[in-house]
Design a protein around this ligand. Sequence first.
Ligand code: MF3
Ligand code: CO
Ligand code: CO
Length: 267
Amino acid sequence: MSVNLKTPEEIDGMRVAGRLASELLDFLTPHVQPGVTTGTINELAHEHMLGVQQTKPATLNYAPPGHSPYPASLCTSVNHVVCHGIPGDRKLKDGDIVNIDVTVIKDGFHGDTSRMFQVGKSSIQARRLSETTYEAMWRGIRAVRPGAHLGDIGAAIQRFAESHGFSVVREFCGHGIGRAFHEEPQVLHYGRTGAGLKLQPGMIFTIEPMINAGRAAIRCLADGWTIVTADHSLSAQWEHTVLVTPDGFEVLTVSAGTPSPPVAAEQ
Ligand code: MF3
Ligand code: CO
Ligand code: CO
C-alpha cells in the first residue's frame, strides 16, 4: 500500500478545496426543505460550483471500474438510502432525513464532505441516529495523530455506534484524497485498536461512517449506484476530510456553517 504524504503546497491546496466543499453545503442548507426535489438541490449545487466557486463536481461522470458514469454533481441519500443516492424528481417531505455528499475539485485538489439534514420535523429515532453517527465520526477523527493506527479510527467508530444499538456498514470506507478523488489508504469504520497502517504527518484521508439503525447488510439498486439498507432501516452518514498534523489532526472541510464538534464525552 503506498500512501503519499502531501507537501506543504499540496496541503494548502487541500485546505482551499476542503473549505469550498463545506461552503457548498452551507449554501445548500436553506434549500433543504419539504417540497424541494433532490434534483433541484443538485442543480443549485452545480450552478454554484461552476458559476460562483469556479470548482468542478468530482462526482459528475465519475466511473470507477465496473460502474456506469455517476450522473449528478452530488449524492442525496434519503432515509434508508445508505449512500450514492442519485438526485431526481423525488420531493423531500416532512420527517425525511437526507445526507448530502459533495466533492469539489479546485486547482486539481479534491474536497469531500457530507452532512445529514432533518427535513421539517423528523422522528426522535432519526435524530438519534444522525447525532450518534456524527459523534461516531468525531470519535474517529479524535483518534487521528502520528503513531496511531488506522484500526484505532475504525475501532472508535464501531465501539460508539454499536454501544447505541446501531450497526456499521462494512462495504464502504473512508479514503485517501488529494489530486485523486479516491487514493490509498482505505479507512475502515470498524476494526481493532493497534491494527493497520501507522499514521504519519502529511497524510490526508476522509472519515465517513455509514451507520444503520437496523442491520448492517446493504443492497445496490438496479441503477447500479444507489445503496440501501437490506432491511429498509434508516441510515445516516457524516464525512470530513482530515489531515494528520505533527501533533494530531486538522479537519480540512470547515466553513462558517460547519456544525460544532460534539462535547468530548467519557469513553
Ligand atoms: N463522495 C463520495 C465519497 O465520499 C463518493 C461519491 S461517488 C459517486 O467518497 F459517484 F457516487 F458520486
Ligand atoms: Co469520501
Ligand atoms: Co463524500
